[in-house]
Design a protein around this ligand. Structure first.
Ligand code: CO
Length: 134
């Protein structure tokens, strides 16, 4: 059901320092910061030849990243995103198999303008999984 690894998301306590690390030290192609108010994050995408890295920084007091950074003050891998062809079919299969879909269970429009859903980390070996319909 899952296809390509779309991105790995890393929550960071200092967005400019992390962007500089990837651009200047690691020599990657680093995009501009984008605010995503619906998701409570500011993101920077880093284009790699085979996938993307998504740097996540909290936007607002209710950001879902605040708690993560409180537990991981120097940052850390927050989620991984797999591509699916049909997000509603994927959701229905996963729910039928007992997996928990976060939020309302309805896809939201993600940072790439495509529908996304998140799956409970306790159901996926401790990893928060994002599905993106491509
Ligand atoms: Co993501």
């Amino acid at each position: 059901m899952i296809g390509r690894l779309n991105h790995v998301a890393i929550a960071v306590p200092d967005l400019e320092a992390a962007a500089s690390l990837y651009r200047d030290t690691l020599g990657a192609k680093v995009g501009a910061p984008q605010d995503e108010p619906d998701h409570g994050v500011t993101v920077i995408f880093i284009e790699l030849p085979n996938t993307k890295i998504e740097l996540l920084y909290p936007l607002g007091d209710a950001s879902p990243i605040n708690g993560f950074l409180a537990k991981n003050p120097s940052g850390g891998i927050h989620h991984i995103c797999y591509e699916v062809d049909d997000i509603l079919a994927a959701r229905d299969k996963l729910k039928a198999d007992g997996a928990r879909v976060l939020g309302t269970g309805e896809p939201k429009i993600g940072a790439h303008g495509k529908p996304v859903l998140f799956l409970h980390p306790k159901d996926f070996t401790g990893t928060l999984v994002e599905l993106e319909q491509v």
